[in-house]
Ligand binder design. Structure first.
Ligand code: ADP
Ligand code: MG
Length: 755
């Protein structure tokens, strides 16, 4: 009986011993993380060691200037990396890329080559390991089997993966002590259209770089002590939330296996209401798995810094030290991949879905975002000297303007069938995008707007200390204080919050690749920086560099322009829904509506003008996202149908039959039969569930007959999801009333056991 499988698996899950691995030692002592860190990465330092000096210098020059590699340099690097990788057991290499599927793709090629020579009329074949510059730079996977949204058809399947020289190569351990060389790559079509996430991110970083440098040149003067920055880049720290549950129990839940979330199941009496899980003691088996992951990730040069229990039971978070966005994105993909694989070894299952369990918190991936120059200056660090606060404020207002103008686009960047369950569920930011700045910064902006001194009492005492120390710049119009970084309070309800020296985009989904939302954010900010640059030029007139007064005038202009995007209150409250509507901020609750915003003129124009997306690429994105949404919902509907018909209803039938048997036996004995009352209560629920699940099937069939992609997605949202919901309510009712020993599916209480 299946329910027996459930009980046995629960018991097993509690008695499994944690897996132990031997951490490497040196001189009888465990090696430190810093020793292990990056040992599987062909970093610049390794390159320097393995390459002739002039070749290495060429490579660095080409890297800095964003030039393509010449053949000679590529050949030399290929040879060096081949030797390095083979020494470490590599048998294969792969161009590792990120198609538009939220995951990574790889095709392995062996280093094996055959060389033939002819001696005495006989062909002699020699086997060798080779790897050429052209193999390093580019390979040609069949592009027709990846989503392209109509940009590719099967008969013109050519697509290229090209080494992204900004991301270093690395090896991952393969089977039986072998290894595989990974070459981080972008994936483009024969005509150069982006078929992946990363090429778009690269482009958006480049426009942001140019726009930010231009703004800097208008507000800063350079000399020998203060050289002009040559490059600006996006910094990114991705806090990854996830659930870890016992693998045995997971295998008994087809809904989790197929869709990543539970389609039936109700809350146990005790879940997260005692608030005792967040930052609690990490359970033993879980900790064993996490620390093995961290060890593997350290070898790959992924700088994991933080691990802790999250709010929901069985929920955890891992956070890295921030890095350049391109690398941070690769490292987040690796983190997810390694967590997935290592959890397996520990008989655990990691869930990246945004809302695997109804009623407890879902998972997000907070994207901590800022901009830095190659001099190491963070543009969003307010703790800079007061006279540099202008720079901070200019970049700050540019971000505000970008989020205000393109909030709906940002919403589109995080939309998915799975994230919809999380957004607006009163535990995650709602579908309204707004910016939280904190009381102090808010007061500073208000003071500048109103042309009055900052009211220190309104902003906390530490700020007053700054004033007392006399570091405040008096501009007559407004007093510009040095803003202390740690004074910003936290607002967990905001989708986009300033957190000290960076913005935290909290609405991003845990499962998705962050490339797309970050690319959209980069593009929007690049575009408003261009706008701010124009305003500065206008204000400055003939002067090449805008004066402090000019800068302040532009800052004030933008503070006034961006008032409606700022919100300091509770984003979960009903008042905010009304207030946001009054301000004209869109509240986008379902994904298909969000995707349509991609093509709205103000967004499409911006993405085209910045050169981040071509018209064709944008339409293809739109198509892929809509289609994926519809497919995801369809898979869920079909899974739910099977689950209810094959497991939930039969459990109810079995229980009813038990009750009926017992009732008739009691009746034969001339005794009262209270089971009849229960039977009478249960029967209408069972029949209604039968009706609902039949209706779900009908709706799914109707959906299958649709062809237009937009129609499909809206039908999924408006017809299929409500039909699933109606089914679930009844199934959950049965879960509560059917005898526990007949229930085949592990319940939330069991999935949430501390293991
Ligand atoms: P919090 O606890 O407020 O979320 P943390 O200091 O723990 O803040 O940082 C969270 C994440 O933000 C970490 O991954 C961290 O590396 C990253 N981070 C910190 N500074 C920056 C920055 N300038 N740019 C991007 N990410 C950053
Ligand atoms: Mg955070």
């Amino acid at each position: 009986m299946t329910h027996q499988a459930r009980i046995n698996t629960v018991v097993e899950s509690l008695t499994k011993a944690p897996r132990n691995i031997a951490f490497p030692e040196r001189n009888g002592q465990l090696q430190s993380v810093s020793e292990i860190f990056g040992q599987n990465v062909f970093s610049l330092k390794e390159m320097g060691k393995h390459l002739p000096k002039p070749v290495f210098r060429n490579f660095l020059n080409q890297l800095r200037g964003n030039l393509t590699l010449d053949k000679q340099t590529a050949d030399a690097i290929a040879h060096a990396v081949k030797v390095w990788a083979i020494e470490r057991g590599a048998t294969h290499f792969t161009h590792w890329f990120q198609p538009m599927t939220d995951s990574t793709a790889e095709k392995h090629d062996s280093f094996l080559t055959l060389k033939s020579s002819f001696a005495g009329g006989f062909e002699e074949v020699t086997a060798l390991e080779t790897f050429s510059g052209s193999q390093l730079l580019q390979s040609e996977p069949d592009a027709s089997s990846f989503p392209s949204g109509g940009m590719r058809t099967t008969f013109e399947a050519r697509g290229y993966t090209v080494w992204d020289t900004k991301s270093p190569m690395f090896i991952q351990e393969g089977p039986h002590g072998t290894a595989i060389l990974y070459i981080p790559s972008v994936f483009i079509s024969y005509n150069g259209e982006a078929l992946d996430e990363k090429s778009v991110l690269l482009r958006s970083s480049e426009v942001l770089n140019k726009a930010a440098l231009d703004v800097l040149s208008l507000i800063e003067e350079y000399d020998e002590d203060h050289p002009r920055p040559k490059h600006m880049f996006t910094t990114l720290g991705t806090e990854q939330e996830y659930f870890l549950i016992d693998r045995g129990l997971y295998t008994l839940r087809p809904d989790l296996k197929i869709t990543g979330r539970t389609l039936v199941g109700g809350l146990p009496p005790r879940h997260q209401q005692l608030e005792d899980h967040y930052f609690g003691k990490i359970p033993t088996r879980v900790l064993a798995a996490i620390s093995e992951c961290e060890y593997e990730l350290a070898k790959l040069g992924v700088p994991i810094k933080t691990r802790h229990n999250e709010v929901a039971p069985a929920q955890f978070e891992v956070a890295p030290i921030f890095e350049e966005a391109m690398l941070a994105v690769d490292h987040n993909m690796l983190t997810m991949d390694v967590l997935h694989r290592i959890a397996h070894r520990h008989k655990l299952k990691v869930l990246f879905h945004e809302k695997p369990f109804r009623g407890v918190n879902g998972s997000g991936k907070h994207c901590n975002w800022s901009m830095s120059s190659d001099r190491g200056d963070n543009m969003l660090d307010p703790f800079a000297k007061p006279e540099e606060n202008y720079r901070f404020l200019i970049f700050l207002v540019a971000v505000l303007k970008a989020v205000q103008d393109h909030g709906d686009l940002l919403r589109a960047g995080i939309a998915s069938a799975s994230n919809d369950h999380r957004l607006g569920a009163h535990e995650a930011p709602p579908g309204i995008i707004s910016v939280f700045l904190g009381s102090q910064l808010n007061e500073v902006l208000n003071a500048i707007e109103e042309g009055r001194p900052v009211n220190y009492d309104a902003t906390g005492t530490q700020l007053q200390d700054v004033r007392v120390k006399g570091t405040v710049l008096d501009l007559k119009v407004a007093t510009l204080p040095a803003i202390a970084r740690d004074l910003t309070d936290r607002n967990r309800t905001s989708p986009f919050a300033f957190t000290g020296n960076k913005f935290e985009f909290r609405a991003v989904g845990s499962k998705q690749s962050v490339s797309f939302p970050v690319s959209l954010l980069n593009s929007a900010i690049a575009s408003t920086l261009q706008e701010v640059a124009a305003a500065l030029r206008k204000q400055a007139g003939d002067k090449p560099v805008a004066s402090k007064e000019d800068q302040l005038a532009v800052i004030r202009e933008y503070i006034v322009k961006t008032k409606k995007i700022r919100f300091e209150g509770d984003n979960y409250s009903d008042e905010w829904l009304q207030e946001a509507a009054k301000r004209g901020l869109p509240n986008i609750t379902k994904s298909p509506d969000a995707f349509k915003r991609l093509l709205e003129k103000h967004n499409a124009d911006m993405l085209r003008n910045t050169g981040v997306f071509s018209e064709a690429e944008l339409h293809s994105r739109f198509h892929i996202l809509m289609e994926k949404y519809a497919k995801d919902v369809m898979i869920e509907a079909q899974t739910m149908y099977t689950l209810v018909v094959q497991q939930v209803l039969p459990a109810a039938y079995a229980y009813r039959s038990e009750l009926a048997d017992s009732a008739s036996k009691l009746k034969d004995l001339g005794l009262d039969e209270p089971e009849v009352k229960l039977l009478k209560e249960l029967t209408p629920v069972v029949s209604e569930l039968q009706d609902k699940v039949r209706y779900l099937e009908e709706v799914a069939n109707k959906m299958n007959a649709l062809e237009d992609i937009e129609e499909l997605a809206f039908f999924a949202a408006d017809e299929v999801l409500p039909a699933m919901e109606a089914t679930r309510v009844l199934a959950d009712q049965l879960e509560k009333s059917v005898s526990d020993k007949l229930w085949p599916l592990p319940k939330y209480t069991e999935l949430f056991l501390n293991i």
